[in-house]
Structure formats: structure tokens, C-alpha cells
Design a protein around this ligand. Structure first.
Ligand code: ARG
Length: 499
């Protein structure tokens, strides 16, 4: 319909714009290049057309389109959608944004007379605020589904780990033995909370700004509730300025994506360390690791490294968005256009990262023998000695000292705690325990014994870990309903909470 030509004054001679009446010339080529957003916002086209359909019906109900006009408008929008789907219609260079492109497409199909009626009572300001909510609400479900695949893979590995014990660490130093399953499940809970965050966020995103107009609302008697319902929202925003100006909903979505990135990154770091020759706790499957172009022997944990790296980029997306928002006056300003690339990038990143990540987790193989043999080393049973003494009536302050004395002796001889002799224990505990009792401390000097004794709620004892696996499975299967729900705000109601 229009050609994009440069005039001698460096302006676009023919451009289709949604504004222009008051301007003598078209925008300069430089402005048009800066202003153009179709290269990233075209992905909102389907949501925009859905919005146009709902808006056309609102115009019909308000008597601003006759029934015939509404029918023709709906047909034109169907045709436009089909052309967008087939690729027959796409933005051209002169289109400022997706809304401008779609207006051009509609005018082509429906003609200026009818097509020109659709813009009444709406602004790109309320339109774009609605579209970003529609888009993020749908993507939250997609990302949630992918996170749950990683959760499932971790739970399956936890079940497969059985009673395998491993060294638990604090400050990266051997601390206390834990079940491998317990350590793996420690990564499941944050991921489940991330999905719960999406569910919770969705309640706030579930309000349509459509009908807010540019700023102050509309004068045409349109029914925003009906539009909201058609677009899958259960309510409308309560304030037209807030509806068009706020992006906290987008920022919160962005935070959840960034947090997810961080949670995946921490698990990645663990896997990278476990996969070193020195640790040798885990081996990654060939299909989920990479080689080196120069060192033939190399097998690298690139998925985990990319996950760790991409978390930085997703934090950057969030930080950029918050920084954009912080100084803005409370009404639409063009800065708000910057909200989109941040979350588009995060969703693109997560949708390519998570399937690879889940595959890596599902296929990695633990060296159980090595984990078992390392579990009690490094004096990891010292706390068990102290707690055994407490159970035998020794005040903890002394018990801590006595256990520390055992560590000191073992360390000076270059042996482990269980290598101390009965006489050593009798001598160390002499002020507190009868000599017949002292050597019985050996009961707790095994990693499995240590793990089984930690049977308090949330502890690493096998029975407790089995319980938490059941609980996590329940939470995950409830959250799976969110992942497959349509974003209509009513299809999913969470059954329980993590707490
Ligand atoms: N492309 C704009 C955005 O994404 C749409 C709204 C433009 N509104 C305006 N008055 N220029 O935010």
C-alpha cells in the first residue's frame, strides 16, 4: 500500500502512521529508524488482533459499529490473522510498531472507511499495556512447564540415588554426610517456588488495561469488562493512568525469570564442581556435554556453564528494566517500549536453556561408590560424636570440646575419626563417661548412621527424604495444572502452598 522512499529532506515521503495530522512532513529517516520496534514487537501481533476483535465487539455493543459493520470487521480481522499466520502479511520498513503494521493491514483489507473506525476509543498506550500482559501470562505457563521438566528430572535422580550418602559441605568444606537425594532435592524446592511465583504473579497480571485509552479513560461508553473477559482477564485495571503507566507486573515477571536463572545457575555450579576430575562425583552424558577443538580428551559441562552465564544476562534484563522504570513520570512515556525486549530475551533464553538443562540432569550418572567413600571423610562425623555425648548426658559445650579433641588427635596422626582406638576415646571422655561406655561412640561413626540419626523434620534421614520427595511430587503435579492452563485467570487455582 505504501512505499518507503527517502525525500531530498531526508524524510519518509509516504509513511503510514497512526498520527500525523498536525505534522507538515513525515518523520526523518533517523527518527523512523530509532522509533521502529517491529523487529521485536511483531511477536505481539496475534495478541493485538485478538484485542482488536474484542474492541470491535465493544464498539458494536456501544452502537459505534452497525451489526453489518461488525461482521465485516470481524471477517477482515480473520483474514488479517490468516495473512499474518501464513506470512503473506508482515511489517514493512515504514511501520513504526506492530500496531501500525496491523492498522495498515486492516485498512488494506477492510478499506479506509470501515478499517478507520476501529481505532475509536483506544490508544496504543492501553493496547500495548494489555498485550504485554497477555503475552507474559501465556509465556509464564510455557516456562513453568519447562521448569517442571527439570524438577521431574531432579526428583527421578533423587529416587534413583536411594540411600547413597555423600559429603555435605558448608563453606565448601566437609561438614556432615547427607543423602545425595537430600542434596538434589535442595534444588527442587527453589525451582518449585519459582513456579509458584508465576502462579502468584498471574493473579496480579490478570487485569486488563484495555479501555484506559491514552491516559484518562474513554468517552465512548465502551465496556472494558467485556473486552477483559474476551482477552482472558478476569477483571480490569482500576485506574486508567496506572493501567497505561505501570510496568511492575512486567518487572515482577522479569524478576521471576532472573531468579529462575539464578537457581539454575547455583545448581550448575554444583554440577560443574562435581564433574571435575578431583571430585569425580558425576559424569555427564555424551549427548549433553561438549568436546574441545584442541584437546581431544576434553568433555566439558557446557550446558551448566551456559546456564550459569545466561543467568547473568537475565539479571541484566531485569536490572535494565527496573532502571528504565525508576525515573518515569506516572503516565505513558515512550521509554516504556523498553519493557518488551527485556522479557522477550529472558523467555527466549529460558525456553532454549531449560530443555537442554533438564536433559543434562536426567542423563547424568553419579559415582555412588565414590560418594559413599568420601561421605564420612574430613572428620565429617565430628558433630555426631558431640551429639552422641549429649545424648549420654554431657553438656553440649563440653561435648563440642571433646569431639574437637578427637579431631585434633586424628588429624595429628593423619587418620580418620573411626581409626582412633578404644583407649583414645576412653581417655578423651574420661571426665564425663565411664570407660565401658566411651568406645560405644563407634555406633555413630558411619556416614549412614549419621544420616539416619538426622531424622528431624526436613532432615537428611532416609524416611524424611522419602517424605519430601512425596511432597515435592504433589506440589509439582499441582503446579503442572498451571502450566497447561489457559491464561483466563480462572482455570487454575493452586491447591496448597509450600508452607
Ligand atoms: N510501541 C509503543 C510501545 O511499545 C506503543 C505505544 C506508543 N504510544 C505512543 N503514544 N507513541 O510502548
Amino acid at each position: 500500500m505504501s512505499e518507503h522512499k527517502e525525500s531530498s529532506a531526508g524524510t519518509q515521503e509516504q509513511h503510514i502512521a497512526l498520527w500525523g495530522g498536525r505534522f507538515k512532513s513525515g518523520p526523518s529517516i533517523a527518527l523512523a529508524a530509532l522509533s521502529k520496534s517491529t523487529q521485536f514487537d511483531w511477536r505481539l501481533a496475534d495478541d493485538d488482533i485478538a484485542g482488536s476483535r474484542a474492541h470491535a465487539r465493544a464498539l458494536g455493543r456501544a452502537g459505534l459499529l452497525t451489526p453489518d459493520e461488525l461482521a465485516d470487521m470481524e471477517k477482515a480481522l480473520d483474514r488479517l490473522q490468516a495473512d499474518v499466520d501464513s506470512g503473506a502479511f508482515a511489517p514493512i520498513e515504514a511501520d513504526e510498531d506492530e500496531a501500525t503494521a496491523l492498522e495498515r493491514g486492516l485498512l488494506d483489507i477492510a478499506g479506509d472507511e470501515l478499517g478507520g473506525k476501529l481505532r475509536a476509543g483506544r490508544s496504543r498506550n492501553d493496547q500495548i499495556a494489555a498485550l504485554i500482559r497477555m503475552w507474559t501470562r501465556r509465556q509464564a505457563r510455557v516456562v513453568a512447564g519447562l521448569v517442571l521438566q527439570t524438577v521431574d528430572a531432579l526428583i527421578e535422580q533423587s529416587v534413583a540415588a536411594g540411600n547413597t550418602v555423600m559429603p555435605g559441605r558448608t563453606h565448601m568444606q566437609h561438614a556432615q554426610p547427607v543423602l545425595l537425594a537430600h542434596q538434589l532435592m535442595a534444588h527442587v524446592w527453589p525451582l518449585l517456588r519459582d513456579v509458584q511465583r508465576f502462579v502468584d504473579w498471574d493473579k496480579r497480571a490478570d487485569a486488563s488495561p484495555y479501555g484506559s485509552g491514552a491516559l484518562a479513560g474513554n468517552t465512548l461508553g465502551l465496556d472494558p469488562v467485556a473486552v477483559a473477559t474476551e482477552l482472558g482477564f478476569s477483571t480490569t485495571t482500576q485506574n486508567s493512568i496506572d493501567g497505561t503507566a505501570s510496568r511492575d507486573v512486567v518487572a515482577e515477571f522479569s524478576f521471576i525469570c532472573a531468579m529462575l536463572g539464578v537457581d539454575i545457575s547455583r545448581l550448575s555450579e554444583e554440577i560443574i564442581i562435581w564433574n571435575t576430575q578431583e571430585f569425580a562425583f558425576v559424569k555427564l552424558d555424551d549427548a549433553y556435554s561438549t568436546g574441545s577443538s584442541i584437546m581431544p580428551q576434553k568433555k566439558n559441562p557446557d550446558i551448566a556453564e551456559l546456564a550459569r552465564g545466561k543467568s547473568g544476562r537475565m539479571i541484566g534484563d531485569l536490572t535494565g528494566l527496573l532502571t528504565t522504570l525508576k525515573g518515569l513520570p506516572t503516565a505513558y512515556a515512550r521509554d516504556l517500549q523498553e519493557d518488551k525486549e527485556a522479557v522477550f530475551d529472558q523467555v527466549d533464553t529460558l525456553t532454549v536453556l531449560l530443555p537442554a538443562f533438564a536433559g543434562m540432569i536426567a542423563t547424568m550418572k553419579f559415582d555412588k561408590d565414590r560418594l559413599e567413600s568420601e561421605a564420612p571423610t574430613g572428620f565429617a562425623l565430628a558433630t555426631d560424636i558431640a551429639e552422641w555425648l549429649v545424648k549420654n548426658g554431657v553438656p553440649f559445650r563440653h561435648a563440642h570440646e571433646l569431639s574437637g579433641e578427637c579431631v585434633r588427635i586424628a588429624e595429628s596422626r593423619g587418620v580418620e575419626l573411626w581409626d582412633l582406638t578404644d583407649d583414645d576415646f576412653i581417655a578423651v571422655f574420661a571426665d564425663f563417661l565411664p570407660s565401658v561406655l566411651a568406645p560405644k561412640v563407634r555406633e555413630v561413626l558411619s556416614a549412614q548412621g549419621s544420616v539416619d540419626s538426622r531424622n528431624g523434620v526436613g532432615g537428611t534421614a532416609s524416611a524424611r527424604v522419602a517424605e519430601q520427595i512425596d511432597q515435592a511430587n504433589q506440589v509439582a503435579s499441582d503446579l503442572a495444572k498451571f502450566a497447561v492452563s489457559v491464561s483466563d485467570g480462572s482455570a487454575y487455582k493452586p491447591e496448597g502452598s509450600l508452607n
